[in-house]
Design a binder for this molecule. Structure first.
Ligand code: MG
Length: 133
């Protein structure tokens, strides 16, 4: 957890609960078979979780979210109020039925705060991940 908060990550799971700031979220124990200890829950529209991330190089990254939802929703990865990637969260069959969803995002090198923003709620987040393409 300490490493995450110092921004020394990438290519590893960023646990949802390791945010540096947030609005409106709660943490609960996850039953994801892949692990992850806790997941963020009670995600409603306009809630967010912000993370300090050290992006090693400018370029395109695979962006993955580990999500569970009985309804579906929408997640945005943003920086400084700009939307970098808008992704639909599917109906996975329940709040502890986990799927990994994937998209791509262009990032600039450097240590920065990236925000997982809840556009349409009704889903849980266990972790997310960035992988250089
Ligand atoms: Mg987790």
């Amino acid at each position: 957890e300490a490493a995450h908060k110092q921004g020394a990550i990438l290519c590893a799971n960023i646990e949802a609960e390791h945010f540096t700031s947030h609005r409106g979220t709660r943490i609960e124990v996850t039953t994801d078979p892949l692990g992850g200890d806790f997941n963020s829950s009670y995600l409603d529209s306009t809630d967010y979780m912000s993370y300090r991330i050290n992006v090693p190089q400018t370029g395109t990254y695979r962006l993955e979210y580990r999500v569970a939802s009985p309804t579906g929703g929408t997640v945005i990865l943003g920086r400084d109020g700009t939307d970098l990637a808008v992704t639909n969260v599917p109906n996975t069959g329940g709040y502890q039925n986990w799927q990994t969803i994937s998209t791509t995002v262009s990032l600039q090198a450097g240590t920065q705060f990236l925000t997982v923003y809840v556009q349409a709620g009704g889903w849980n987040l266990n972790w997310w991940r960035l992988t250089p393409q």
